[in-house]
Structure formats: structure tokens, C-alpha cells
Design a protein. Sequence first.
Length: 584
Amino acid sequence: MDIFSFLTMLGGLALFLYGMHIMGDGLAKVSGGRLEQILEKFTSKPLAAVLLGCAVTAVIQSSSATTVMVVGFVNSGIMKLNQAVGIIMGANIGTTVTSWLLSLAGLEGDNLFISLLKPSSFSPVLAIIGVGLILFAKSDRKKDVGTILSGFAILMFGMETMSGAVEPLAQVPEFTNILTMFENPILGVIAGAVLTAVIQSSSASVGILQALCMTGSVSFATAIPIIMGQNIGTCVTALLSSIGASKNAKRAALVHFYFNVIGTVLFMVIFYILNAILQFSFMDAAAGVAGIAIVHSAFNVVATLTLMPFRNGLVKLACLTIRDDREEEKEDDLKLLDERFLEKPAFAVAQAHKAALQMAELAKQEIYQALSLYNKFSKKRAEEIEQMEAKVDRYEDELGTYLMKLGNSELSHHDSQTVSMLLHCIGDFERISDHGLNLMESARELNDKKGEFSDKAKAELKIYTEAVCEILDIAMKAFAKEDVELATYVEPLEEVIDTLDDEVKERHIKRLRKGKCTIEQGFVLSDMCNNFERIADHCSNIAVCLIQTKEDGFETHEYLDNLKEDNQDFKQKYKTFRKKYKLQ
């Protein structure tokens, strides 16, 4: 084998790995995060978990990606550890689909149907269609389908290039001697584990083994231990991803590791004992690409069936390895923003949206809590409001950082819109939270000075408060449901609140001149009105952002100017709210 053949082999390997990567990315984009959301909402039935893990992995073509996703679910508290076990087992079966696809390269025969099944026949067609879709299709979904087809074609071309480059090795005695070394089960397992750990993909390492099998120099005695090792090596990705995660997330990665190690040890011990007794005749036979696929699938199916009844034992073993501290880990809603999900941007966007909803709800509840202090002040509730405001600030910092990282990913048009909307809105949620803290401080000041508003002021503030609560409810519901129609009610109510603000302040000044209110009460009332008016402004920002995002634009001022010029719907809604919140 000369240097040029060696470079051809490396080039084929590079194309093979790249094709697998872009095909997996394309499949993940087409799923739009739905596969991961199915995993998230998963039931506790073990058999269904296995089937689901198998199906998801077969689609995204990576058991490592599925397991890392499961580690993220467990880390963020979305999934319990015992739910994760079945999915991890199923992922090991699902990853064998790739080896079956690659086994098509080994089909032999002159039959037309068999010829059509060979990658050399249909890969060029897939490549043409795929590239055509990428270059000329307008919709993101069609482009993603094009990416899948192109990725598969590149993968198959890389496989054929690699196979062609290593074919002359069959005549090289040194190469066959090296392969004979791996007939030693321990050396074979180590070789398979190391190769898979380095390239971070059992599917890819099995593909490389299948390419070597095309030389006819790889016997089943060599291939079987290597395949066993490949199943152990694929655990490295999940183990690395669990670094810095919660204890349960680390345990999920260990469950994956223990499952493969125990399954491999049991399989090897039983298989080689039987081989010593029965002397399997196929061990010295050349392993074809289909033979590799059969061994790969058989091992994972048998291991799953064997260890399924002992899944709770795997969980206990992981818990014994990583013990609980005396102090239990505190729950943290922001674990939703697990960086492992960034590998699948569509699902990461969905998680970011959930976190934003939690932030919005927290800010809204903070306003309600602050308003309740004007009826009866409570130091404990005031402290809770301060904690809520600090938590909203943390949401803004971590969610903003997460969204910026997401912005660097390849997103679909819809997901890109969602990220833009969230980046615009989280600042408004944080400012609403700040005004909640300001309202609490005003209530504290009123309580400390033993002040009390006049009956007239109370009646006016009650109407003003109800209007602010309604605009807050409408804006938050519109955001949660991405309801553009509901969002159109915000701006008319905001205009009414601006009018209310002027009227309440003007009436207070009149009472102040007549000596019916004190200056201290006036300062508190003025602070309340200012915070109310600004809360309404931020609700308006949220609604306009939602509407403009759906229309692919952010010309806020232009939108508001056009809205108020000659819009009968706006005027009608304004009249309705004006009548509802009219001061007596």
C-alpha cells in the first residue's frame, strides 16, 4: 500500500464521517425537536422506553447523541433516572440501523433489483436530488431533506472510497498478521473501544470495520471482539458530557457504561465458553459487511433482553458508585438550559422558550405579590418579592447567554424567529420585575410612615390597578401561546392606561391643593403611577415584538404609528377598554 492509497483511505474515512455528521444534522433539523420532545414526555413503561430509544436513535443515526440528550434530561430534572434506562438500552439497538444501511454495499449479483439496491447505483441519484434541493429549494424543510440525501450519498461514497483503498491490503501479510492479533478477545475489545472513543461514534467505527471486511481478510474471530469493544467505546461521549452535571445525570451516563460493559462481559464469557465446547465453524470464515451488521444487532438485542429485568439493579449500581450527599441538591428551573441540548438546536429553542415562560410567570406573580402589600403589608412577603426579583435577574443573565449561543447554531426560520423574539422579550420581563420591586418599596414606605390613601384615591387606584393587571395578563398569555390576535388587545389598553395615569395624577394634585392628601402620600402615589405606566409600556413592547416577529420585522415605532393612524379595530378596542376603566 503506497502513500497515495493511504491518503485515499483517509480521504474516504473523512468523507464517511462528514456524510454521517451532516446526515444526522439534517435528520435532527427535519424532526424540529419533536423527537426529543417525545422523549421528554415519555411514560414510565420500560418496553415503550426501549422502543422509543431505538426509534429516535435510528432516525438521528447516533446512540451517543440520544444518550447525551438523556443525560441532559436527567440533569435538568425533565426525566427520572429509572425512565432513562430503557431509552439508553433502546439507543444501543437503534444505532445498529447504520450498519444495515452500510451492508447494502456488500450486495452481490447481476439481478436488476439487487443492482438498484447497491449504493453505487442510487447514491449518485440521491446526491443530485439532494444538491438540487439545497441550491434551489426555498423552504428550509426541503433544504434539510436535501442535506439528508446529500449526507447519505457522501457517506456511501466515502465508504466505497475507503473500501477500494484498503482492498490491496488483503495481499499484504503484515496487515493480515495485525488483524490476527485481534482474534485475542481482550485485545479485540480494547481496539474496538479505543477506536470508537477516539471518533466518538460506534456507527462510524462499525462502518470502518465493514470497509475492512470487504478485503476478505477479517474473520469473525477478529470482528466479534472488536464489535464488543465498540459498544463500550461509545459510552465515552456520554461520560464526558456528564462532567459538571448533577449526580443523577452522571448516574445516567454510568448506566449506559455499565449496561455495555456488563453486556459485553456476559456475551464474551458465554460465547467463548460455548465456542470452546462446540468449536463454531464460522469463526475462521471471512466476515462480510452483512455479517458485521448481524453480529452488531444480535449483541445489542440480546444484551437488552438479558438486562431489561435487571434495569433497577443498573440504577442501584450507578447510585452506589455516585452516592448522595447529606444535603440534597436544590431544584433549579434554569437546568432546562442544559448546554447538551445545544447539539440539537431545535430542542434547545423549545427549552429556552419554556424557561422564558417561567421567567414571565415569575415576573407577573411578583407584580401581584407587590400589589397585595398595599392592602396588608407583610415583611415575609416583601422578602419573597426581593428573592423573586433576584431570580428573574438570573433568568435574564443565563437565558440571554444561552440564546446568544443558540444564535450561532444553524436554525430553521421558525426557530430563528423564536430566538429573536425571546431575546427581545426577556429584557422586558426583567424590567417588569424591577417595577415589582419598586412597588414593594413604595408599599413599605407607606407602611413605615403609617400612611393611608383617601377613599377617593383608593377607588381610583383600584381601577388603575385592575387595568394594569389585565394588560399584564393579556401580554403574558399572548407570549405564552404566541397568539398574535390576543396581542393586538395590548396596545389599545396601553393607551387607556396612559390616559388613566394622567387623570389619576391630576386628580391627586387637586386633592393635594385642597389639603385632602399629604405630600408623603403624594410621593407614594406618584411612584405607583410611574411604575404602573412603565409596566404597561413593557407589556406593549412584548406584544409588538410578538406581532412584528411573526411578520419578520422589528420596526416598532413605524408599526405603532400606522396602528394609531386610521385603524378601526384599534379604535373600537380602545373605546371598549376606556369605558371599562373610566374613573368615577
